[in-house]
Design a protein around this ligand. Structure first.
Ligand SMILES: Nc1nc2c([nH]c(=O)n2[C@H]2C[C@H](O)[C@@H](COP(=O)(O)OP(=O)(O)OP(=O)(O)O)O2)c(=O)[nH]1
Length: 148
């Protein structure tokens, strides 16, 4: 049986990556992750990501490129990561999280990531625009060209 996909966002803004601290379940609470959730049957990963980021953080986002890789989470789940830029809203920990933090590249390892997220975050950092990127729209268009 194929693993069920958990899609997570490497949400970036001004060269920083958004990290979210889980508030549940107890075995994951206090650890940091890339926000997202399970892809529902019949749903595209991009649609799932937009939905999860809206539900959990109250933001509207545009997914960019799929970060290459697939990270096993155990119990029949696998983590896929997409870059995503914020279109509107200020992220707030509405559901599943109790703290959010914007991290610069240099700060990426200053939070206690879930172990399985570490390789995903490292890979994501190689794929999201740094602070010197020309502008978000240009990057989003470039990513769209290369991902499908
Ligand atoms: N969202 C997310 N989940 C992760 C990451 N790393 C990781 O091990 N997980 C695990 C935690 C959860 O067991 C599972 C995702 O479940 P979730 O609770 O976020 O998904 P969901 O919003 O769809 O939840 P639900 O419908 O089951 O309540 O994957 C990550 O970076 N992001």
């Amino acid at each position: 049986m194929t693993d069920r996909v958990v899609v997570a966002g490497a949400v970036y803004d001004q060269g920083r990556l958004l990290a979210a601290r889980r508030s549940a379940p107890p075995e994951l609470a206090g650890r940091w992750e890339l926000p997202g959730g399970k892809v529902e049957p019949g749903e595209s990963p991009r649609d799932a990501l937009v939905r999860e980021l809206r539900e959990e953080l109250g933001i509207e986002t545009e997914p960019g490129e799929r970060v290459p890789g697939a990270w096993p989470l155990g119990r029949g789940y696998v983590l896929h990561v997409w870059t995503a830029r914020v279109l509107s809203g200020e992220p707030r920990p509405l559901q599943d999280h109790d703290e959010l933090r914007w991290l610069t590249h240099a700060e990426w390892d200053t939070v206690d990531w879930l172990e399985q997220d570490v390789p995903a975050v490292v890979e994501a950092l190689r794929h999201f625009p740094g602070p010197d990127a020309p502008d978000d729209a240009t990057n989003a268009a470039r990513f769209d060209d290369t991902t499908h």
